[in-house]
Ligand binder design. Structure first.
Ligand code: SF4
Length: 62
């Protein structure tokens, strides 16, 4: 699984990068991007980030 951030929707709040720092980073535009696959180790924090994102900008796909 891999998380994706909708760059148009993201407001750069930083919640996902704080919740799952091994998966999400902020880019030069101040938006979050997923830089790693979702693994057994980080899936709980990724789910927390998806549910916590205030604008529902994070999606997951195979
Ligand atoms: S939690 Fe959502 S709005 Fe906030 S930085 Fe992450 S993707 Fe963007």
């Amino acid at each position: 699984m891999r998380a994706y951030v909708d760059q148009d929707a993201c407001i750069g709040c930083g919640l996902c990068t704080a919740t799952a720092p091994d998966v999400f980073e902020m880019n030069d535009a101040g938006k979050a991007v997923a830089v790693a696959d979702t693994t057994e180790e980080n899936q709980d924090s990724v789910q927390e980030a998806i549910q916590g994102c205030p604008v529902s900008a994070i999606r997951e796909s195979e």
